[in-house]
Design a protein around this ligand. Structure first.
Ligand code: AMP
Length: 225
């Protein structure tokens, strides 16, 4: 099964996608994490992506489609994949449909985490991440056990370079201009489920799990199909 997470920056896609991946027993890929990791490693993809990430702009569609094609081709994705942060443009959504159709697969469920910009900005400006393992913390709602240290790997936590106000504004503009049409794309095909992302974190997970169930996504917890 292929599950897509949509929502503006700061909606909590990463946190919830990880939880749902554990629940469904299928892998989760965040295209943002994959790009940040490439930037940290200084790969050709990372060098290309850095100029867009730093400005809050979207990386070109062709680059993103070939990145996602690689993830879809992996053996561990055979039972399914949760895509967090992809597709973000209509050409990406069309490209994904074509890619999946060529493998005899299709998108099962699209989950939209709905949040107002004010709350999202509040979350983003309190967010820190671990460049070593990609873990995310929030200095208000999810403080690390040891200040400045990642709970998962002990790495040094720091703000993401794109979580500063002028870049956050650019990311919201890109969302409105390029990703909002993707919401319409899936909504008009009857595949969109919307969940209120201002609720407590466990309640959001429960509603997302129920939404995937309603899409015919899995029979029992841990049993993706
Ligand atoms: P995220 O971690 O999802 O907030 O993504 C961080 C940044 O990575 C975005 O602001 C974009 O520059 C880039 N990015 C992630 N996913 C995509 C995508 N599907 N298409 C284009 N750019 C992306």
């Amino acid at each position: 099964m292929i599950v897509i997470f949509l929502g503006p920056p700061g909606a909590g896609k990463g946190t919830q996608a990880k939880r749902l991946a554990a629940e469904l027993g299928i892998p989760h890929v965040s295209t943002g994490d994959a790009l940040r990791s490439a930037v940290e490693r200084g790969t050709p993809l990372g060098r290309e992506a850095a100029q867009y990430l730093d400005k809050g702009l979207l990386v070109p569609d062709a680059t993103m489609l070939s990145l996602v094609a690689e993830f879809l081709d992996r053996a561990e994705s055979a039972r399914g994949l949760i895509l967090d942060g992809f597709p973000r443009t209509t050409p990406q959504a069309e490209g994904l449909d074509a890619l999946l159709a060529s493998q005899g697969r299709a998108v099962h469920c699209v989950l939209l985490l709905d949040i107002d910009e004010e709350e999202a900005v509040r979350r983003l400006t309190a967010r820190v991440w671990c460049p070593r393992c990609g873990a995310i913390h929030n200095l208000v709602t999810d403080r690390p056990k040891v200040e400045g240290c990642c709970d998962d790997c002990g790495g040094r936590l720091e703000p993401r370079t794109d979580d500063v106000r002028h870049v956050i504004e650019a990311r919201f503009e890109e969302y409105e201009r390029l990703t909002q049409p993707v919401v319409e794309y899936y909504s008009s095909r009857g595949r969109l489920k919307t969940v209120d992302a201002r609720q407590p974190i466990d309640q959001i997970t429960r509603e997302l799990t129920a939404a995937v169930q309603a899409c015919g996504g899995f029979d029992s917890p841990g049993g993706a199909r």
